[in-house]
Design a protein around this ligand. Structure first.
Ligand SMILES: Nc1ncnc2c1ncn2[C@@H]1O[C@H](COP(=O)(O)OP(=O)(O)OP(=O)(O)O)[C@@H](O)[C@H]1O
Length: 766
């Protein structure tokens, strides 16, 4: 049972009955006065204050139940034990006040009102709580506990000399007072009748009241000769509801909460003086026992009521009598207790009344610590259930339930990516080797074509110049092989660029895929999630440990109970065994939850590792990409430089040839001028004589032929130069385009087709 302690004093109410007929006949006077509107009474010079005073000018007796007992009935539903104790001299009205003389459905007294209220409340709560009610009714007569509800002893009640008493049935075990390890006092062997209606409970009260030992004394025609305790045990199994976080509707799956509380309604035997009660023999013996019990009760009340002694931890003599032993819980223990001190206002009873008032006044100082008797197991189970609910909700919120599926999907995706990667690498390798072969074939084919085409074209034109004194073949005679080299170089450059562009394109594609994979990992704060998991696992471990400890404790308790062979022990043992089973199931459940948490944590770790690998792969691809881009740039730059140097060289040659052509043309002009200025020389030579002028003419003609040839060649070179210039412009344009592509290259697309097409055309045309 879980304690939720609060300290509260024993409440004391004073009930002053009116003067009874007998007293009036004796001419008794009222010696007790109630201070108006105060719970205070005066008797002689003595003044006493209580929590409530009823009757004889005080509050109406009818208000007693509402003010003193109804709160205790309410507390019963919250799991608090309670005791209502009627104390007072014989004939002071205890039985009347308690209603333990309940006969023929007569509703006076507190017990019938308790029963009414109890069943009304059960009626209003039964839709959400399951109730079980038991009653027991015992009396302590001459220091023996007797069962007033035992059917076997019913017929054995005897009436002799106006005295009703039960005869002990042979073989029937006597009722034993037991104290459990937690200090709870129980009666082993008493009849506990399960009741479900007011009528059944009233029948029990009536039956027990009839069985109770009563006798006639001078003070009371029907004096109770025993202490009677009517006990109502209320067990509740309350259905717990939690509110669904999704739609605010009650969730039925929260289990139950168990409460068990007892209400003792005690009608003590009246204190008496043998002289006044006029008893002798059997009555006297009864009276001695009654007084002994009450004296023990007085001592307990004194010990508990003295604050100083209480603080010093003074011994409380509960064990001095069966009465005090049974009321141990109600006085200074786990119970909310109300004592109703009953007094007669008659002056003839002044001394007893004063004693009662002193007794009751001391009882006000007793402090109890009532605790709600909630079943520890059910409350722990409830806590565990709530914890589990919380965990499940949290896991749901964080999408961890889907984590395992997600990890599976990612694994498959990684496997697919790796396969694709391998496939692409293989294709790339094949492509490269194909490229190398194609490149070689292209070069070979080009070389073959060039050697024939060039010899037909350029070589034919320039061949004659090889032997000339002007050495016009310089720079041009090597053009054939030079152009072949150039074309091969360009072709190689195009192929390299194309391969690298494709490589870059592949890398970009892979990078894109890997990055989209990474995004799947990115949604969850994995570190904090892992922390949460670890925390929950630790919490579950802690809960499991607590549950195991509780189970061990229960086992020990069951073993102890097993040692006790009586019915009550057996019953408690059965209850404990059931709880133990439930508990073990709970522990098993917790273990499973813990294992599943471990599994989730492992999966999460594996998924993190996969994410790490993916990240590393992405980094590697990025590095590769940067390297490739750098290479493309470098290759383009090298080619550009080579092309520029080629053009520069060509321009130099052209310039030189142009200058030479200009020189030749100038000389030709000079020679023509010289010929015009000597016509005689030429006529004289026409007579058949070879003059020195004739030799010159011959020389001049030869020279002229040569000059003309040179001029034709110069013209051809000029044409060639024009052509080269056009090509140069086209190349510059292409180079600019390449540079642009290079800058935009992450997409990997490049206008390869155009370049190749253009160059190829150029090779053919040249
Ligand atoms: N408040 C009351 N109003 C009217 N009559 C009362 C009241 N209280 C008690 N009486 C009457 O007083 C008589 C004695 O009452 P009761 O039997 O309840 O005393 P008791 O304290 O139980 O005595 P005992 O200790 O001897 O059993 C009874 O006849 C009862 O009807």
């Amino acid at each position: 049972m879980t304690p939720s302690s609060e300290i509260c004093s024993v409440k004391v109410a004073l009930h002053i009955r009116p003067l009874v007929a007998d007293e009036r006949l004796q001419g008794c006077k009222d010696c007790v006065s109630v201070v108006p509107r105060l719970p205070q009474v005066q008797i002689g010079t003595h003044s006493f204050t209580f929590d409530h005073v009823y009757g004889n000018g005080g509050a109406e007796s009818s208000a007693m139940f509402e003010q003193c007992v109804a709160p205790l009935v309410d507390g019963l539903f919250q799991g608090y034990n309670a005791t209502v104790l009627a104390y007072g001299q014989t004939g002071s009205g205890k039985t009347y006040t308690m209603g333990t003389g309940f006969k023929d459905g007569c509703q006076t007294g507190l017990i019938p009102q308790v029963m009414d209220t109890l069943f009304n409340k059960i009626e209003t709560l039964k839709h959400q709580t399951e109730f079980q009610l038991h009653v027991s009714f015992i009396e302590i007569l001459k220091e023996e506990v007797k069962d007033l509800l035992d059917s076997a002893s019913e017929s054995k009640s005897v009436v002799a000399n106006g005295h009703t008493a039960k005869v002990a049935v042979p073989g029937k075990p006597t009722i034993q007072i037991r104290e459990a390890s937690n200090g709870v006092i129980t009666l082993a062997g008493s009849t506990e009748v399960a009741v479900s209606t007011l009528q059944e409970m009233a029948a029990c009260l009536e039956k027990g009241s009839l069985s109770r030992a009563t006798g006639s004394t001078n003070m009371n025609n029907q004096s109770s000769r025993s202490h009677a305790i009517f006990t109502i045990t209320l067990e509740q199994m309350r259905k717990l509801h939690s509110v669904s976080p999704v739609n605010d509707t009650p969730d039925e799956d929260m289990g139950e909460e168990y409460f068990c509380a007892k209400l003792h309604l005690v009608d003590l035997a009246g204190s008496e003086r043998a002289k006044r009660t006029g008893t002798g023999g059997l009555r006297l013996k009864e009276g001695i026992h009654i007084n002994k019990g009450l004296l023990a009760l007085g001592n307990v009340i004194s010990a508990l009521g003295d604050e100083k002694k209480r603080k010093e931890g003074m011994h409380v003599p509960y064990r001095d009598s069966k009465l005090t032993r049974l009321l141990q819980d109600s006085l200074g223990g786990n119970s909310k207790t109300v004592m109703i001190a009953c007094i007669s206002p008659a002056d003839i009873n002044a001394e007893e009344t004063l004693n009662t008032l002193k007794y009751a006044n001391r009882a006000r100082n007793i402090q109890n610590k009532p605790v709600a008797n909630r079943d520890l197991i059910s409350s722990e189970m409830q806590q565990m259930r709530q914890q589990l609910k919380y965990l499940q909700a949290e896991l749901c919120a964080r999408g961890v339930r889907a984590a395992s599926d997600e990890v599976q999907v990612l694994r498959e995706r990684i496997a697919w990516l790796e396969a694709t990667n391998e496939d692409l690498s293989r294709k790339l390798h094949e492509y490269r080797s194909r490229c190398a072969i194609t490149e070689q074939c292209e070069i070979d084919a080009y070389e073959g074509h060039a050697s024939s085409a060039k010899s037909d074209g350029l070589k034919r034109n320039f061949q004659s110049m090889d032997s000339s004194e002007y050495h016009m073949d310089e720079g041009i005679s090597g053009d054939s092989s030079g152009e072949i080299d150039e074309a091969a170089k360009e072709w190689e450059h195009t192929l390299i660029q194309s391969t690298m562009d494709k490589e870059l394109h592949e890398l970009n594609k892979r990078l894109e895929q890997k990055e989209s994979e990474m995004k799947l990992f990115g949604g969850v704060d994995t570190e904090s999630l892992k922390q949460q998991f670890r925390k929950k696992i630790l919490e579950l471990e802690e809960e499991k440990r607590t549950a195991q400890q509780e189970r061990d404790r229960l086992l020990v308790e069951i073993e102890n109970l097993a040692a006790n062979s009586d019915g009550q022990a057996q019953k408690t043992q059965d209850t404990h065994s059931q709880k133990l089973k439930a508990f073990e199931a709970q522990i098993l459940d917790l273990k499973k939850k813990q294992e599943s948490h471990f599994e989730l944590l492992k999966k999460k770790q594996r998924s993190d590792e996969a994410a790490k690998r993916l990240q590393a792969e992405i980094q590697y691809i990025k590095a590769q990409k940067v390297q490739l881009q750098h290479k493309i740039k470098q290759e383009a730059e090298q080619f550009r430089q080579w092309k520029a140097s080629q053009e520069k060289e060509l321009l130099q040659v052209l310039q030189r040839k142009t200058e030479e052509a200009a020189m030749a043309s100038k000389r030709l002009k000079e020679l023509l001028e010289a010929r015009k200025s000597s016509p005689r020389e030429s006529s004289a030579n026409s007579n058949g004589h070879v003059s020195p002028g004739q030799g010159n003419e011959k020389l001049l003609r030869r020279w002229l032929d040569h000059e003309l040839e040179v001029m034709v060649k110069v013209h051809e070179v000029r044409l060639q130069h024009e052509k080269q210039k056009q090509e140069h412009a086209a190349l510059a344009k292409e180079l600019a385009l390449l540079k642009q592509v290079d800058q935009l290259s992450p997409s990997g697309d490049s206008p390869q087709e155009g370049k190749n097409g253009h160059r190829h055309t150029r090779y053919i045309s040249s």
